[in-house]
Design a protein around this ligand. Structure first.
Ligand SMILES: Nc1nc2c(ncn2[C@@H]2O[C@H](COP(=O)(O)OP(=O)(O)O)[C@@H](O)[C@H]2O)c(=O)[nH]1
Ligand SMILES: [Mg+2]
Length: 300
C-alpha cells in the first residue's frame, strides 16, 4: 500500500458569484482561478492541487451553473457538471448572503438527484449572523442530502481549517495522481490568457468582459530567464474594441501592465506581455475559440 496515501477529487459547484474561485485559491494558496465581482468570470474547469500530510486533495473549480443562452454559456455549464460527475465529493457552495435564490434552488435539486456524496458549504459567513443561516440550511436540506455542513468565509479564512481537515479525511485511500509540489494542471499559456481576462473583467464593464476572450499566441522562454507572451484579445464588437483600447491606448496599457505584474509573480520570472486586440463577431459560437480556453464543444 503506497505508504497509506489518500487522493481524491472534490468539485466545487454553485451559482455564479458564490465564491468558488476565491475558495479554491485560498485553499491552494495561489491565484489559480481568476476572481472578479462580476458573475461568470470562470469559464472552464480549473484544478487546484493541495497536499494535507500524505493526502492529495484535487479541488475542481467550475464555472457557475446558470441558465445558458450562448454556445459559450452552454459549454461552461456542461464543464461544471462534468467536473461534478467525475468527483469523489461534491461541494455545493452557497452564498449565505444571497440565500435561497431560484438558481440555488435549481442547483441543489440537481445535486440532490445526482446521488453523489455531497457536502454543503455556506460561504461568505463574514456577511451574515449564524442564526440567519438556519432557515437556509433547512431549505437546502429539503432539496438534497448533505453528509456534512460547513460555514466558511473564503475571504477571511474563517472556518477553513476545520473544513480542510475534514476534506482531507474524506478522500479515498489511493496513490497520489500529481507530483506533490504541483499546484494546478492548467498550462502556463492558458494561465497567462486567464490573467489578462481577469484584468478585463476588473477594468471594463457591462457587456465588454462577457464579449471578450483571450488566447496566448506565443509563450517564449528567453535566454535571460524572462518570458515573452503574445496574446490576442478577441472582442465581439467594434464598440468593445474601442472601449478596451481606450483613449490613446490607455485602457489596454493598464490591462497589460496589471496582468504583466500578476504573471511575473505567478511564473516567478520577468514577463514581457504584448496584447493585440482583434474584432471577431461570433467568436463565442466558434468551436476553435471555445477549445482554446479549455472547453469542449457542448451538445447543440
Ligand atoms: N464578503 C465575502 N466575499 C466573498 C467571499 N468569497 C468570495 N467573495 C467575493 O465574491 C465575488 C465572487 O467571487 P468568485 O470567487 O469569483 O465567485 P465564483 O463565481 O463562484 O467563482 C468576489 O468579489 C469575491 O471577492 C467571502 O467569503 N466573503
Ligand atoms: Mg469562478
Amino acid at each position: 500500500m503506497n505508504d497509506m496515501t489518500r487522493c481524491g477529487f472534490a468539485a466545487i459547484v454553485g451559482a455564479p458569484n458564490a465564491g468558488k474561485s476565491t475558495l479554491m485559491n485560498r485553499l491552494v494558496g495561489a491565484k489559480l482561478s481568476i476572481v472578479s465581482p462580476k458573475a461568470q468570470t470562470t469559464r472552464s474547469r480549473v484544478l487546484g492541487i493541495l497536499m494535507q500530510g500524505r493526502t492529495q486533495i484535487l479541488l475542481v473549480d467550475t464555472p457557475g451553473i446558470f441558465a445558458p443562452r450562448r454556445r459559450l454559456d452552454r459549454a461552461m455549464v456542461a464543464a461544471a457538471w462534468t467536473g461534478a460527475q467525475d468527483a469523489d465529493l461534491v461541494l455545493l457552495l452557497v452564498d449565505s448572503k444571497a440565500g435561497m435564490t431560484a438558481g440555488v434552488r435549481e442547483i441543489a435539486n440537481m445535486v440532490g438527484a445526482a446521488s453523489r456524496r455531497t457536502w454543503l458549504v455556506l460561504n461568505k459567513s463574514d456577511l451574515v449572523t449564524p442564526g440567519a443561516l438556519l432557515p437556509l440550511i433547512a431549505g437546502l436540506n429539503e432539496l438534497a442530502t448533505f453528509e456534512e455542513t460547513f460555514m466558511v468565509s473564503a475571504s477571511t479564512g474563517d472556518g477553513l481549517q476545520e473544513f480542510l481537515a475534514a476534506l482531507a479525511a474524506a478522500m479515498p485511500p489511493g496513490p497520489l495522481l500529481y507530483p506533490e509540489d504541483d499546484l494546478t494542471d492548467v498550462p502556463d499559456r492558458l494561465l497567462a490568457a486567464e490573467i489578462v481576462r481577469e484584468q478585463i473583467f476588473l477594468q471594463t464593464h457591462e457587456e465588454v468582459p462577457y464579449g471578450t476572450t483571450v488566447e496566448t499566441e506565443t509563450f517564449t522562454e528567453r535566454k535571460d530567464g524572462s518570458v515573452r507572451i503574445d496574446a490576442t484579445v478577441y472582442v465581439a464588437r467594434a464598440g468593445h474594441k474601442a472601449i478596451l483600447i481606450g483613449q490613446k491606448g490607455s485602457r489596454i496599457r493598464e490591462i497589460g501592465a496589471a496582468a504583466r505584474k500578476q504573471l511575473a509573480g505567478l511564473l516567478e520570472r520577468p514577463v514581457h506581455l504584448f496584447l493585440n486586440v482583434k474584432e471577431r463577431a461570433g467568436w463565442d459560437e466558434e468551436s476553435a475559440r471555445l477549445r482554446a480556453i479549455g472547453l469542449q464543444d457542448p451538445p447543440a
